[in-house]
Design a protein around this ligand. Structure first.
Ligand SMILES: Nc1ncnc2c1ncn2[C@@H]1O[C@H](COP(=O)(O)OP(=O)(O)O)[C@@H](O)[C@H]1O
Ligand SMILES: [Mg+2]
Length: 325
């Protein structure tokens, strides 16, 4: 079967406009991806990993420097009109839509850019507004909406053209829990209700990737480090248990590197509770006592201790060498 999206050694380099200003950035470095029709595919990576660059190339907004990208079998460089007819894209965390138009006018206008018949567009708009609880806002000017409502409208805009393939760039960025839930549920329902549809979404939320995606590509520094189902990715670290310590009064601790049986570790400060969360990926559980001794010897107080099975975050730390947040 023809893949929905395929890239071959896809590379994108950004050169500074003037030679003395900054250095060359390789935003995408020889990316090979094959996304099947019907898949909800996630690209997971930290800020600056290259996620937006990838989606911009696939949606024909940016040209590759080298390599190839095909969407629905069409070359994004040569057949861009064929690509554009079949796709839509939504970017999270970005103000979009015309504030002076109403919600319905905005959506209708975008549907007309795609040449959707007015009757069909209106029916779809009503259905989607209802689905997102925005029916009552249909006649309100967009500038009066909350961030969450505006983002929901943005998501509706991405689906109102009934695309074959949807690119969602961090669709839940900055949304509150309920709005994010509504967007995620909608995405899953949309793709499951027609197997010829495909979604490619980017995220830096581990839980979102784990919960939604059929397969995930982990990207860092322009390179795909792993690509598999969430459960297979977690199986990669199956042998490793994670130890999470919440400690108070922690100064910078160095020297965990010398502990035998420790695979990797990361620290995150929780400002609110003035504690530090230490996460250790263990190769051999016997090193727990060494870790605890070291933390205590530094004069820190252990507030809680938890041993857990691998999560996507552990996979990420193992591959990238650091956490996401
Ligand atoms: N227009 C641009 N000009 C120069 N550098 C860019 C441009 N767009 C992106 N970059 C750089 O490319 C890298 C990848 O960026 P991006 O694709 O936006 O990452 P992400 O979406 O994963 O946060 C970053 O180092 C970023 O600074
Ligand atoms: Mg981005």
């Amino acid at each position: 079967m023809q893949p929905a999206v395929e890239t071959q050694s896809l590379t994108r380099v950004f050169r500074p406009k003037r030679k003395k200003e900054g250095s060359i950035v390789t935003a995408l470095d020889s990316v090979d991806l094959r996304i099947n029709k019907g898949e909800l595919f996630g690209v997971l990576g930290p800020n600056g990993a290259g996620k937006t660059t990838l989606l911009k190339i696939l949606s024909t907004l940016l040209l590759p420097t080298s390599g190839k990208a095909y969407v629905a079998g069409f070359d994004v460089e040569k057949d861009l009109l064929d690509v554009r007819k079949r796709i839509n894209m939504v970017s999270g965390g970005e103000i979009s839509g015309y504030g002076l138009l109403t919600v319905r006018e905005n959506l209708w206008m975008f549907s007309q850019f795609y040449g959707i018949k007015s009757k069909e567009a209106n029916a779809r708009i009503e259905e989607l507004l209802g689905r997102f609880g925005l029916t009552e806002k249909a006649k309100e000017k967009v500038r009066t909406l909350s961030t969450g409502q505006r983002q929901k409208m943005n998501v509706i805009r991405g689906f109102v053209t009934n695309p074959e393939i949807v690119f969602l760039d961090e669709p839940t960025l900055g949304l509150d829990v309920n709005a994010a839930r509504a967007v995620r549920d909608f995405i899953v329902d949309w793709i499951r209700s027609d197997r010829s549809r495909t979604v490619l979404l980017t995220t830096h939320y581990m839980m979102e990737a784990d919960e939604l995606c059929d397969r995930i590509a982990i990207i860092d520094d322009g390179k795909i480090l792993a690509c598999d189902t969430p459960s297979n990715l977690k199986r990669m670290v199956k042998m490793n248990t994670t130890l999470t310590l919440s400690v108070a009064g922690l100064n910078e601790i160095a020297g965990f590197d010398t502990i035998q049986g420790l695979n990797s570790y990361s620290q995150t400060k929780d400002v609110e509770s003035s504690t530090t969360k230490l996460r250790f990926v263990l190769e051999d559980e016997s090193c727990v006592s060494d870790i605890v001794s070291k933390v205590v010897a530094e004069g820190s107080k252990i507030m809680s201790l938890q041993k857990t099975e691998p999560t996507l975050e552990d996979v990420f730390i193992k591959l990238v060498g650091r956490g996401l947040e």
